[in-house]
Design a protein around this ligand. Structure first.
Ligand SMILES: C[S@@+](CC[C@H](N)C(=O)[O-])C[C@H]1O[C@@H](n2cnc3c(N)ncnc32)[C@H](O)[C@@H]1O
Length: 269
C-alpha cells in the first residue's frame, strides 16, 4: 500500500494533478469493461451462442498464438504439461485409443513437439499434421522424422484448405483448441466437418467456461469456450456430439484444474 501511494505521488508529480483524478477513473472503466465482458461471455457460453463477446475475443488470434508457441522452448517436447506418466498413459488408453480408430487417415491440429503425434503415427495408415507455425512443424518433424504417409501442413490459423473433402477418418487435438480464439474454433469446426469422411470422428480438447480470470482459476491461458457452445458449433456443421469427457481412468484423472472438456464429435454417415 505504501509503495502504491509512493508510486501514485511520483506519477502525480510527473504527469500533473489531473493524473490523480484520471488514473482511478480509467482503472474503474477497465474493470467495468472486464466484468461486462465476463458476464457476456458467461451468458453466451451457457446459451451456446457465438455472440459479440466471443466474436470480439482477440487474445488468442492466430498471430498471437504464432508468436507465443513459435518462440516457446520446446526442449522438453511438451512433456512439461504431462502431469504424470500414469496421467498420460491413461489419456492414451482411455481416451485416444478408444476414440481414434486404427488405420485410415488421422489429422492432428496443433501437435507441438509431437507429444501425442507419435502415438497417432503408430496407429494411422496416413497422417496429416497441422500447425500455424513453421518452427513448430520443423520441431515436430525433427522428433518424428518423415515416415511414409506423413504430411506436415502449415495453416494460417483455422483453415485446412490443402486437405480434400471427406478424406480423413479421425481428428485429434489436445491442448491446442484451449488456446484458440472462438472465431477460429468456429472456422475449424466447418473445416473439420468438411474433411471428415462420413462416420469419421473428431476428439477435441477445449475450454469449458473460462475467460480473463473471473472464474475458478486464471492459470492456463485459456480462450473462452464452453461445451455447450462447442456442441452448438458442431451441430451447426452437421456433426453429432457423441460424448463429452471430463475424466478418465475410472475418475483418477480429470480436466478440472483448468475446467476443460474433451468433445468427441461424429460426422453422421
Ligand atoms: C500448448 S501447445 C500443445 C502441443 C501438443 N498438442 C501437446 O499437447 O503437447 C499448443 C499447440 O497448438 C498450436 N496452435 C495454436 N493455435 C493454433 C491454430 N490456430 N491452428 C493450429 N495450431 C495451433 C501451437 O502452435 C502449438 O503447437
Amino acid at each position: 500500500m505504501r509503495r502504491y501511494l509512493r508510486n501514485a505521488r511520483t506519477r502525480v508529480r510527473t504527469f500533473g494533478p489531473l493524473y490523480a483524478v484520471v488514473a482511478p477513473l480509467r482503472r474503474a472503466a477497465e474493470i467495468t469493461h472486464l466484468r461486462a465482458e465476463a458476464w457476456m461471455l458467461d451468458v453466451e457460453g451457457k446459451r451456446g451462442v457465438l455472440g459479440p463477446a466471443h466474436a470480439a475475443w482477440q487474445d488468442h488470434a492466430p498471430e498471437v498464438n504464432k508468436e507465443h508457441w513459435g518462440s516457446w522452448d520446446w526442449s522438453r517436447r511438451g512433456e512439461e504439461w504431462t502431469l504424470s506418466a500414469d496421467w498420460k498413459q491413461g489419456l492414451i488408453d482411455d481416451v485416444l485409443l478408444p476414440t481414434i480408430p486404427p488405420g485410415g487417415t488421422v489429422l492432428e491440429i496443433g501437435p507441438g513437439a509431437g507429444r501425442w503425434t507419435e502415438v497417432l503415427l503408430a496407429r494411422a495408415d496416413r497422417m496429416v499434421v497441422v500447425d500455424l507455425d513453421e518452427r513448430i512443424l520443423a520441431r515436430c518433424r525433427e522428433a518424428l522424422g518423415d515416415p511414409p504417409g506423413v504430411v506436415y501442413l502449415l495453416t494460417p490459423g483455422a483453415s485446412l484448405a490443402e486437405v480434400a473433402d471427406a478424406t480423413v477418418e479421425a481428428i485429434w487435438s489436445f491442448d491446442a483448441f484451449v488456446h484458440i480464439a472462438p472465431v477460429q474454433q468456429a472456422e475449424y469446426m466447418g473445416e473439420i466437418a468438411r474433411v471428415l469422411a462420413p462416420g469419421g470422428v473428431a476428439t477435441i480438447h477445449h475450454a469449458d467456461g473460462r475467460d480473463r480470470g473471473f472464474h475458478t482459476s486464471r492459470r492456463g491461458w485459456r480462450a473462452p469456450m464452453t461445451a455447450t457452445l462447442f456442441a452448438a458449433l458442431a451441430r451447426e456443421h452437421g456433426l453429432a456430439v457423441d460424448r463429452v469427457i471430463r475424466s478418465w481412468s475410472g475418475g483418477r484423472h480429470d480436466l478440472a484444474a483448468y475446467r476443460d472438456a474433451i468433445s468427441v464429435l461424429e460426422k453422421v454417415a
